[in-house]
Design a protein around this ligand. Structure first.
Ligand code: WT7
Length: 665
C-alpha cells in the first residue's frame, strides 16, 4: 500500500448524513458558502460576532486586526483585538462555573493501563489550576515569565498550562518523547526559572523516566549557562521506581508543594496580544524554533474551530482527541478548545495498541465517545492489525471522526469511514500547522460533501491561494504552493526571540503572503488536496522533523563526516527517515556502527526521529557548486534510479552507481 496511491480525480463523494446536518451549527454547503463569503468580505464583523461568545474584561478598539504581511512595506506584524484584555483560563473555567456548570465533567482520564481512571469536573479542574498557579506565584513566577513543562498526559498537564495562563506566565510544553538534549535545547532557548515534570510513567509496557531525563537536560543547560531554580515533580510513579531523585533546594514534590495551596487564585487580566505559549517546531534549517502564540486571537481560533469543525454539543457529546499536549493538536484540541466550549472530553495517557489493538474502541465504548480525532498514522497502524479489533466493540456512540497531522491516504480514509465509523460518521480531515494555531482547511461535518483524502475547503476567515514557483497566483483548478493572503486570529506572531527568522521563514519567499511550506492541488470544486511539504521537513507518524536536524545529529557521531536525509514512503508512518551517511576515511561500515548512529539520533532528538535506513555513502551526489541533490537521493532510496532524469549537472555522476551498489549493505 502506498500512502498516496489515489489521484484526486476520484469521483467519490460522501454527503453529510441528515442526522448530522440537522444538529449542525452550519447546515449545508450553501450556508457554509454564505458565511464564508461574509467572513472574507466583512472579516471584522465576522470575528466581532464570534468574539462575543467569550469574556473580555476590556473591549478592543477598531480595527479588530492590524497587520503587515509584505516585507517590502516594513517589518511583518500581526495583532488582533488591540486594547482588549482577557484571560484564557477564566474563559475556559470560571466562565462555565459561573454559569452553573461546575459539576460538568471536564476530563475522563484513562491511564496507560486498563483500570487507571479519574474523573475531573470543571470545579475540580479550576481548583487544581488555582493551586498550581498559587505555587507558581509562591516561587516568584510573574506575568511574562517562561515555564517549561515536560510531563505525561495526566490532568495535571493541561491544568499546569492553564495555571500559567491564569497568572500571565508563558508555557512551553515539551513532548515527553524528546530526549534530554532536545529538552536542554528548548530550555536554553526559553530560559525558564521553573520546570514542571512528573517522576515518570508507563508508555505501553515501557517505563519512561521523565524526571531523570529532566535532570540530564538541566545538567546540560547548567553547563551552558542557564540554571533552572525550581522543579516541580508530580509523583506519578514512586521516584525510586524510575531512578529519580530530588535535588534539595531545587526540586519539590507536588503533594507537598501544590496540594496545600489555596483553591482560589485571581486571574491576571492580560492584553489580547500577551504571549500565551511557545511551542518548538522543526523547520527546514537550523534548530527548532519557538512558535509564539498570543492570547486573544488564539483563544478565538481554538473556540470557533472546535465548535464548528467538530460540531461539539457540550451537553451531549463526549469528545476525544488522542493527541499529546506536547504538540499543537494537544494545545488547541485538548487543553484549550474543548474547555473553552465547556465540553466533556476523554484524556488518554496510553497508546492505541496497549494492552491490545482494540484499546481505542474499548475507551470509546466505556465513555460513550461521540467525537474521535486522531492521526492517519494511528489509523493505518490499527488498520494493519485487522478489523476484528474494531468490530468486537460496539462504537455505537461515535457520530463524527477527525484526522490530522499528514495527508490521509484514501485507503486509510475508507477504512476509517467504513469500519471504524460504520459508514455513518463524517470524517473531518483538518489541515493546519503549529504556526496556524487552529484548523485552516477542513470540512464542516454538516456542510461539506467529503472526498476521501481531501482536506476540502477553507475555514471561515481563511483566504488561501496557490502560487507557482515564480510567486504568481494560480486560478481555478491548479497545483502549486499553498499560501495565505491574510491573517487569521490564531496565527503565530513571531519566532520567540528571533523575529528576523519569522520573517525569513514565512514571508520572504513570496511577498505579501504567509508561506505554509506545503504543496497542494485545487480541483474543479475548489477543494484543496494537500500534497505534502515542499521544503526539507519530514512528517514521520505525524511528527514534524527537519532533515537538517537529523543530519546534524548524525554528524555529531565521530565516525560520520557527512549525512543527507530524505523521506521514503512508509505504509504506517506515512514517511520514514532514510539517511545516507559518509564515514571518516579509514572507518569501515558495520552493523554496530549503524546501531550507534541510530542511537545518536535517538539521544540528540528523540526515539521518534530514528532513521529507518542507514545507507552507506562513500560520496554524495552534488552539483558542481557543492549542493547535495536530494532529488537523486530520493530516487535511489525508493529504488527508482531508472527514473533519475538529468544528472549531467552532478559533479561526479559515478557516485550514483556506487550508491546503488551499496544499497542493503
Ligand atoms: C504540517 C504541520 C496540525 C497539527 C499537527 C501537525 C502536515 C497537518 C494535515 C492534513 C495534510 C497535513 C502539513 C503541515 N499536515 N495536517 N490534514 N493533511 N497534511 O502540526 O507538526 O505543525 O505539522 O503537517 O504538512 O504543514 P505540525
Amino acid at each position: 500500500m502506498s500512502p498516496h496511491e489515489d489521484a484526486p480525480s476520484s469521483k467519490e463523494r460522501f454527503m453529510p448524513p441528515d442526522s448530522i446536518v440537522s444538529k449542525a451549527h452550519v447546515q449545508g454547503l450553501a450556508s457554509y458558502q454564505e458565511l464564508y463569503d461574509k467572513s472574507i468580505n466583512d472579516n471584522e464583523a465576522f470575528w466581532t460576532e464570534q468574539a462575543e461568545q467569550l469574556h473580555w474584561q476590556t473591549k478592543w478598539s477598531s480595527p479588530i486586526c492590524k497587520y503587515n504581511f509584505n516585507l517590502d512595506h516594513g517589518p511583518v506584524h500581526i495583532s488582533w483585538f488591540e486594547g482588549a484584555e482577557t484571560n484564557i483560563s477564566y474563559n475556559a473555567l470560571d466562565r462555565h462555573i459561573e454559569n452553573g456548570l461546575g459539576d460538568r465533567v471536564a476530563f475522563y482520564w484513562e491511564g496507560n493501563d486498563e483500570g487507571q481512571e479519574r474523573t475531573v469536573t470543571y470545579s475540580e479542574l479550576k481548583a487544581m489550576v488555582c493551586r498550581i498557579a498559587n505555587w507558581l506565584k509562591s516561587v516568584g513566577v510573574k506575568r511574562g515569565d517562561d515555564v517549561s513543562l515536560y510531563m505525561a498526559l495526566v490532568p495535571e498537564l493541561p491544568a499546569a498550562m492553564l495555571a500559567c495562563a491564569r497568572i500571565g506566565a508563558v508555557h512551553s510544553v515539551v513532548f515527553g518523547g524528546f530526549s534530554a538534549e532536545a529538552l536542554a535545547d528548548r530550555v536554553l532557548d526559553s530560559r525558564p526559572a521553573v520546570v514542571i515534570t512528573s517522576s515518570g510513567t508507563m508508555r505501553g509496557p515501557k517505563p519512561i523516566p521523565l524526571k531523570a531525563i529532566v535532570d540530564d537536560a538541566l545538567n546540560i543547560s547548567e553547563g551552558k549557562g542557564h540554571s533552572v531554580q525550581h522543579v516541580l515533580v508530580l509523583e506519578q510513579l514512586p521516584l525510586a521506581d524510575v531512578g529519580a531523585s530530588l535535588r534539595p533546594g531545587r526540586d519539590v514534590v507536588w503533594r507537598e508543594a501544590v496540594d496545600s495551596q489555596p483553591d482560589d487564585c485571581p486571574v491576571e487580566w492580560v492584553p489580547a496580544e500577551a504571549p500565551l505559549f511557545k511551542l518548538y517546531t522543526s523547520g527546514s534549517t537550523g534548530k527548532p524554533k519557538g512558535v509564539l502564540h498570543t492570547t486573544g486571537g488564539y483563544m478565538l481560533g481554538a473556540l470557533t474551530t472546535t465548535k464548528l469543525v467538530f460540531d461539539v454539543q457540550p451537553t451531549t457529546d463526549v469528545y476525544w482527541c488522542t493527541a499529546d499536549c506536547g504538540w499543537i493538536t494537544g494545545h488547541t484540541y485538548v487543553t484549550y478548545g474543548p474547555l473553552l466550549l465547556g465540553a466533556t472530553q476523554v484524556l488518554f495517557e496510553g497508546v492505541p495498541t496497549w494492552p491490545d489493538a482494540g484499546r481505542c474502541w474499548a475507551i470509546v465504548d466505556k465513555y460513550k465517545v461521540s467525537i474521535f480525532y486522531t492521526a492517519p498514522t494511528a489509523i493505518r497502524a490499527l488498520h494493519a492489525r485487522g478489523d476484528a479489533w474494531v468490530t468486537r466493540h460496539s462504537r455505537s456512540s461515535l457520530r463524527l471522526l477527525g484526522s490530522v497531522g499528514e495527508p490521509i491516504n484514501p485507503e486509510a480514509w475508507r477504512w476509517y469511514h467504513e469500519v471504524v465509523g460504520g459508514g455513518r460518521c463524517p470524517i473531518v480531515d483538518t489541515w493546519w500547522q503549529t504556526e496556524t494555531g487552529a484548523h485552516m482547511i477542513t470540512p464542516l461535518p454538516g456542510a461539506t460533501p467529503l472526498k476521501p483524502g481531501c482536506a476540502t475547503l477553507p475555514f471561515f476567515g481563511v483566504e488561501p491561494a496557490v502560487l507557482n514557483e515564480r510567486g504568481e497566483e494560480l486560478q481555478g483548478p491548479c497545483e502549486g504552493i499553498l499560501v495565505m493572503k491574510r491573517p487569521w486570529p490564531s496565527m503565530m506572531r513571531t519566532v520567540a526571540g528571533d523575529h528576523a527568522r519569522f520573517e525569513q521563514t514565512y514571508f520572504s519567499a513570496f511577498r505579501g503572503y504567509y508561506f505554509t511550506g506545503d504543496g497542494c492541488r485545487r480541483d474543479a470544486d475548489g477543494y484543496y488536496w494537500i500534497t505534502g511539504r515542499v521544503d526539507d521537513v519530514l512528517n514521520v507518524s505525524g511528527h514534524r522533523i527537519g532533515t537538517a536536524e537529523v543530519e546534524s545529529a548524525l554528524v555529531a557521531h565521530p565516525s560520520c563526516v557527512e549525512a543527507a536525509v530524505v523521506a521514503v514512503e512508509h505504509p504506517i508512518k506515512g514517511q520514514a527517515i532514510y539517511a545516507f551517511v559518509t564515514l571518516m576515511t579509514g572507518v569501515d561500515h558495520s552493523d554496530d556502527l549503524r546501531k550507534e548512529l541510530i542511537a545518536t539520533v535517538r539521544k540528540i532528538i528523540g526515539p521518534f526521529a530514528a532513521p529507518d535506513v542507514i545507507h552507506w555513502a562513500p560520496g554524495l551526489p552534488k552539483t558542481r557548486s557543492g549542493k547535495i541533490m536530494r532529488r537523486v537521493l530520493r530516487k535511489i532510496a525508493s529504488k527508482e534510479e531508472d527514473q533519475l532524469g538529468d544528472i549531467s549537472t552532478l559533479a561526479d555522476p559515478g557516485v550514483v552507481q556506487q550508491l546503488v551498489e551499496l544499497r542493503g549493505k
